[in-house]
Design a binder for this molecule. Sequence first.
Ligand SMILES: Nc1ncnc2c1ncn2[C@@H]1O[C@H](COP(=O)(O)OP(=O)(O)OP(=O)(O)O)[C@@H](O)[C@H]1O
Ligand SMILES: [Mg+2]
Length: 439
Amino acid sequence: MMSVNIAGREQKQVSNIEQFEALFNYATIGIIVTNSEGRIINFNKFAEKQFGFSKDEVLEKTVEVLIPPSAREKHVQYRQDYNSSPEVRAMGHGRDLFGQKKDGSTFPVEVSLSNYTINGHNFVIAFVVDITVRKKQEEVVLEQKQELEIVTGEIKSMNSELEQKVSDRTKMLREALAELEKSKEELSEAFENEKELSELKSRFVTMASHEFRTPLSTILSSAYLMEKYNQANPNEKFEKHIHRIKGAVGVMKGILEDFLSLGKLEEGLVQTKMETISTSAFLEDIHALLQEMDALLRPGQKIHFNNTINTPVWVDRNLLKNVLINLISNSIKFTNENSTITVSAYLTNDNLVIAVIDNGIGISQEDQQHLFERFFRAKNASNIQGTGLGLHIVSKYLELMNGRIELRSKLNEGTTVTIHIPQNNHLKEIYEKNIDNRR
Ligand SMILES: Nc1ncnc2c1ncn2[C@@H]1O[C@H](COP(=O)(O)OP(=O)(O)OP(=O)(O)O)[C@@H](O)[C@H]1O
Ligand SMILES: [Mg+2]
């Protein structure tokens, strides 16, 4: 019984030592035990793996053999301080700690310290953890954080640049808008003024033209009377002046007619009366008109009339007459004596076309662009009588007939003015009439 007890106690003692050694050697943390002089007296297997030293290689050596040379001197001091008041605590106080392997390479560590005393001798235990992986991760996180900060900074500055740009643009836009608004107001004011002025002018012209007519007809009738009285007692000079008075009155009447037509056109008082007229009625109109124009012809001038029309036409007789008077009188005025003016009438795809052709002074390319403006006269026409209203009125009359005017001219060679009056409505009217007749 006794022996069993003794054997059991021994077995227990042996087992405790073995268990302690197993604990020491299989711990997954490096354990280094040093004496009061800092010499290593125990070094577990995990520490061997961490530092690459075998236990035998480090026993009896001061613990600084496991520390990089740059930190050794300080460590000696720290060690002595710790020995004077040992306690259980972490080592390093916020400093980064490094261990040094046998091959000289270093690695980051975390160390916690503990101590014990046996027979009045102090011992220190250092528990060492290799934190290379954790440090790497921390570095990666730190790098990512820094990158993130850089990117955030860039985004912020881009954002503020963008905001600045947007506010600049908005400001510019607002200014441009205000400017636009201002010029719009100015423009509409100018437009109003212009409109008012133009209305005033045309009212004045209409009024003046009306008022001039009466004294003019008095002058004209007096001239006729004087001519009559002169027949009893003929006097050549007297007759010459009467002729001049009559001519001047004619010119003035023409101008006044133009002014009145313009005034009526601008006030929208000219009414269009489109109608279908027979070929013979059309030709009669033209012949009558050409006869009227004969009185204006200059010495040796002739008008040659060409016609291929043999169907009814769709026109406003009065407007067409005025248009042709204007065009033919231009050709007469702007062409030399002994020249022939050709008037051609024909039909093309749904259009009545009349061309007035002369070989007179022509119009420069530059002047041609303005011919239909009110009061415009070409440079080479300055000493030939006229007000520059004729073509403007002609173009307006053609608008009223849904037609158009075309002018081709070469300086010193001649001019061809062509008018086109659409006949679609007229054809439609004939067609409808035929249908009605068949019913
Ligand atoms: N057949 C033409 N040959 C040369 N120039 C022409 C001819 N027809 C018109 N012009 C030019 O075009 C200008 C404008 O013609 P428009 O008939 O409008 O005016 P005008 O004949 O001068 O005056 P108004 O017809 O009012 O008496 C003329 O002044 C002239 O310079
Ligand atoms: Mg004219």
